[in-house]
Every structure is written in structure tokens, then in C-alpha cells.
Design a protein around this ligand. Structure first.
Ligand code: DCP
Ligand code: MG
Length: 401
């Protein structure tokens, strides 16, 4: 006799099928709802134009209309922190050695940074942002993401909200900002750069994928010069080329970053705008084209690297208590040394002294060095840097192969 249960399921089997089917439908519903919520988000990225340089031009009428460079003097080893749009016409840009900026534009006016003046403006613009958005994520002194998805202002138009914020910034600070409006952070950030200065650029949900397809990967936020060069070597020039690569191919080439690249090639970025965003550390490193054994050259390289780190710390308004030096030798052995002080470091010269002291604590001379890295951590709450006496404490972080 045939086993009837094969053709005629029991009550228990029915319940099981209903249960699975119901679960599947619920799962689909949640997915659809999630995707629609994500693509309906309204994100604004605001970024001040030529920030430090514009503050200098605002506060000194003689500088208006002139090529202005904020940063080190041309005869120093300093670099350009910011430059006015007039200076950019000569090819000057941030992070360029000041001496080179001077050669490109001898008539440029070089001004030393006044970080307190920039901080004061930053406080004002952050207050303006909070009037328009419940979720504000500052990225540095002069830029922030705003999530205005739930805002009822201007009938919920993110574009009009961005316009209003720009107008208020101008009124309260006499400075100009650019805004990017889109449905995720990745696109909003790119958009704010599209129409600078005084820009307002919108990428709608229907335009996102096309926009990314046509964009050069070197312009993607999160793709630095090294990654861009690697992508070019792999034949990836645009978002379209990136999209053509499978997840496996991207994983093989870019490891942990593959998922991010896979998504942004499809204009997908699910990162939320987080009001509380605490950075734990900030680092810079450099791999030398040829390994270096000469201690004096290494000292020079370390100072240069730490100056870059200092610029970033200033830009992000961070004050650190701990500095870490990483050294990778020619045989790939890696060693890290850290130094903590009780009071946050306020001057680059203090940071130099700490890092040079750390350099004395690693073996040099025997093995050439292929990489130097410096990291700052132990950040003080903004405006809460303590002023206790300095106390040095030295400890080894890691010695690893
Ligand atoms: N900054 C710096 N070092 C860098 C880059 C920037 O010290 N390598 C500082 C000076 C800038 C400020 O941070 O004025 C903001 O950086 P942005 O990248 O937003 O550049 P700008 O505001 O100067 O110009 P843009 O109009 O392109 O935003
Ligand atoms: Mg800016």
C-alpha cells in the first residue's frame, strides 16, 4: 500500500508550510520597507568654501580678491592648509608645500592659521545646522552631514532647507557654504563638491546610479590616490567599470573595503547620519619608495609625516594625549611605540619632541626602514582639554612580525 502521507500532508505539515510562507512574506515586506525608507532619506552635506582662507579674507579687507594662502610661510618647511579661490587659479591646493605655492604664485599673500577664529565660526554653523536637523554629524570644523528626512520645514523639501541654511550661514558669518543634497551620505558629499563655490547640487533617487556610473573613481569619497591608482591598474576608471567587477573580484583586490566599493558602485550607502560620532584615533603613514637606513633622513621624514597629522588634527578640531610611532623594517618586522602625556598636546613642536623621543626607542641603523606611521589618540572632549602638569609615560604597544 502507498504511503498516503506523501500525497496528503497532515495538519502539522500544513502548519509548517503556512508558518514558512508567512515568515517569508514578512521578510519580503521588511526588505521592501527598508529599501524604500533608505532610498527616501534626505541627506544634506554642507561644506564651507575655502574655509580658513575665507575667514582671513572676511577679517582683513586688504585680502579680499587676492590669492591668499593659509599655512606655513614660503621660506619654511610648512604646507598649505587652505587657499582662496583666487590662489587656486594658479594651481595651488591644500597640503602642497608652501615653497611650491610661492613659486606658482609669487604675489600670493601667506597668512598664518588662526585656529580659534575658525573654531568660533564652526560653533555658529553647527548651531545653524541643529536648527534644521535633529541628526547632525560634524566631519570637521567646516563640514557636516544633516539628515532632514523627517523635517516638515519647507514642505519637506531638502533643497529648500539647504538653501535656507546657506542663507543663514551667510547672514550670521558673512561666509559662503556649498551644499549637496541626496538620498545617502556618499552622494550628498560628492554633490556638495560639484558646484563649488556657493554651490547647491541635488542628486535625486532616480539619478543616483547613472551619476555614479559616469563618475571617475578618483573622485569617490573613500578612494584615496593609492586605491585610485590600483583601480586604474585593474582597468577601473569610472563607477561603471567598478560596477562591472564581481564581489569576489573586489574582495580579492581590496579585502575589507570590497563591500563598500560594491555598494557605492550601485549608489547604495546605508550609513546613517550619527550625531554622536567619536573618533578614537587618527593616523598617517608613509611607505618609502626605497628603504631608508639613515637616521637623520628618518627624523626628517618623521617630522614631515607628523606635520601632516597635525594638520588633520587641527582640521578635525582634535587634541591628543597619546602619540604612537609605527616602524616597519625592510624585512617587514613591525614595531610600535607609544607615549602618553597627562595634558593634551597643543603645539606641533611638542608633538615633534614626543615622536623624536619615540624614534630613539626603536632600533635603527641595523635594518633599513620601509614604512613610518604616526597615530594620535586619547582625544580630549572638545574644549575640555585639561591643564594638569605634563607627565610622560612610556610603554610598548606591540612588537609583531
Ligand atoms: N585643511 C587643512 N589641511 C588640509 C585640508 C584642509 O588644514 N590638507 C583645513 C583648511 C580648510 C579646512 O580644513 O580650509 C576645510 O577643508 P576643505 O577640504 O573643506 O577645504 P576648503 O574649505 O579650504 O575648500 P573647499 O572650498 O574646497 O571646501
Ligand atoms: Mg570646505
Amino acid at each position: 500500500m502507498q504511503n498516503s502521507s506523501l500525497f496528503c500532508p497532515s495538519n502539522v505539515d500544513y502548519w509548517f508550510i503556512y508558518y514558512c510562507w508567512g515568515g517569508f512574506c514578512l521578510f519580503l515586506l521588511i526588505q521592501v520597507r527598508w529599501v524604500s525608507v533608505i532610498s527616501q532619506r534626505k541627506i544634506i552635506h554642507l561644506d564651507m568654501d575655502a574655509f580658513f582662507a575665507s575667514v582671513e579674507q572676511r577679517d582683513n579687507q586688504k585680502l579680499q580678491g587676492l590669492p591668499v594662502v593659509v599655512g606655513g610661510q614660503p621660506d619654511s618647511r610648512g604646507v598649505v592648509a587652505a587657499c582662496s579661490y583666487e590662489a587656486r587659479q594658479f594651481g595651488i591646493h591644500s597640503a602642497m608645500p608652501s615653497s611650491r605655492a610661492h613659486r606658482l604664485c609669487p604675489q600670493a599673500v601667506f597668512v598664518a592659521p588662526r585656529i580659534e577664529a575658525y573654531r568660533a565660526v564652526s560653533v555658529i554653523i553647527q548651531q545653524i545646522f541643529r536648527r534644521y536637523a535633529s541628526e547632525v554629524e560634524p566631519l570637521s570644523l567646516d563640514e557636516a552631514y544633516l539628515d532632514v528626512s523627517d523635517s516638515e520645514m519647507f514642505a519637506g523639501s531638502a533643497t529648500h532647507i539647504a538653501q535656507a541654511i546657506k542663507a543663514e550661514i551667510l547672514e550670521e558669518t558673512q561666509l559662503v557654504a556649498s551644499a549637496g543634497v541626496s538620498y545617502n551620505k556618499f552622494l550628498a558629499k560628492i554633490a556638495s563638491d560639484m558646484d563649488k563655490p556657493n554651490g547647491l547640487y541635488v542628486i535625486k533617487p532616480t539619478q543616483g546610479e547613472r551619476f555614479v556610473a559616469d563618475l571617475a573613481v578618483a573622485k569617490f569619497h573613500g578612494v584615496g590616490p593609492v586605491t585610485a591608482a590600483k583601480m586604474h591598474r585593474l582597468g577601473i576608471q569610472t563607477g561603471r567599470d567598478l560596477r562591472a567587477k564581481s564581489k569576489q573580484q573586489l574582495q580579492a583586490a581590496f579585502g575589507k573595503s570590497a563591500e563598500y566599493f560594491y555598494n557605492i558602485a550601485r549608489a547604495i550607502d546605508l550609513r546613517p547620519v550619527c550625531s554622536v560620532r567619536r573618533r578614537k584615533s587618527l593616523g598617517k603613514e608613509t611607505t618609502f619608495t626605497t628603504d631608508i637606513a639613515d637616521i637623520n633622513v628618518l627624523r626628517e621624514q618623521l617630522i614631515e609625516l607628523s606635520d601632516k597629522l597635525w594638520q588633520r588634527l587641527e582640521r578635525d578640531d582634535l587634541q591628543a594625549k597619546t602619540f604612537t610611532l609605527k616602524v616597519k623594517y625592510a624585512n617587514f618586522r613591525q614595531i610600535s611605540r607609544a607615549l602618553s602625556v597627562a595634558q593634551t598636546i597643543k603645539q606641533p613642536s611638542e608633538m615633534h619632541a614626543l615622536l623624536l623621543e619615540l624614534l630613539l626607542r626603536v632600533e635603527l641603523g641595523q635594518q633599513a626602514v620601509r614604512l613610518l606611521g604616526v597615530t594620535a589618540s586619547g582625544f580630549a572632549e572638545q574644549g575640555l582639554a585639561d591643564n594638569r602638569g605634563r607627565q610622560l609615560e612610556l610603554f610598548d604597544v606591540s612588537d609583531k612580525l
